[in-house]
Design a protein around this ligand. Structure first.
Ligand code: SAM
Length: 213
């Protein structure tokens, strides 16, 4: 599949839609405008790739809605060179957005099929995250911690302590917390023992899978 003028046109429409819904960060909007989302999905969804919707990917998972990706990314306030941990590599679309923003991305995926497929795909289209791993996101990546920013892209039934512990002082973590519906929550680490917590609206994610599922 190629990236042609038709895709580019639809992408600009998508940027307008996401902007209308409240995203203001130009760097985030520009990234959405550059990334060929249709390539991150099954070719049967090509015609729908620039709708502001989540779609199925392999292993019963989803590529997140562009507005959600933009919302979470905006809340992270990424600066070039930030070390960012992503939980839930999935299709790699969010990983690509973070790479476009100049972040050094470390990402974990729990479905082996997705981990393998996305690792090859990101490399093929020229995105170079620092480290992709297959494993349990609840544990984070202690070997690479601490991180400037952490983003969780699946619905977490609770806030994993290990992830908070891997955030630098001054760092930000955005995580959807809840079971069927999640509240988008931002943590800012104020000191080794203190966190500021802000809650935003409700979102719907596939669940962050634990040991038993
Ligand atoms: N960032 C992804 C994207 O842009 O396509 C979002 C994918 S989907 C909404 C959430 C992903 O989290 C799925 O790929 C799922 O397999 C993964 N996931 C679920 N539980 C996980 C866990 N405990 N550790 C790591 N990844 C997990």
């Amino acid at each position: 599949m190629q990236d042609n003028y038709r895709h580019k046109g639809k992408r600009q429409q998508l940027v307008k839609t996401v902007k209308k819904k409240g995203i203001t960060d130009k760097v985030v909007l520009d990234a959405i405008g550059r990334i060929p989302r249709h390539l991150f999905m099954d070719s049967s969804f090509e015609d729908h790739a620039y709708q502001d919707k989540a779609f199925p990917i392999a292993a019963d998972q989803t590529i997140s809605q562009p507005y959600t990706v933009a919302f979470q990314t905006e809340k992270l306030e990424i600066e070039k060179g930030d070390k960012v941990l992503e939980i839930g590599t999935g299709s790699g679309y969010q990983t690509a957005v973070l790479c476009e923003l100049g972040a050094k991305v470390y990402s974990i995926e729990r479905q082996r099929e997705l981990y393998r497929k996305t690792k090859m795909f990101l490399n093929k289209i020229g995105y170079r995250p620092k480290h992709l791993s297959f494993g349990d996101g609840y544990k984070g990546m202690p070997d690479y911690a601490p991180f400037d920013k952490i983003i969780v892209t699946a619905g977490a039934p609770f806030v994993p302590k290990d992830l908070l512990g891997q955030l630098k002082v001054g760092g930000r973590m955005v995580i959807p917390v809840g079971d069927d519906v999640q509240t988008m929550t931002l943590f800012i680490r104020k000191s080794p023992t203190e966190f500021d917590k802000t809650e935003f609206g409700q979102f719907r994610f596939v669940p962050l899978l634990g040991d038993k599922n």
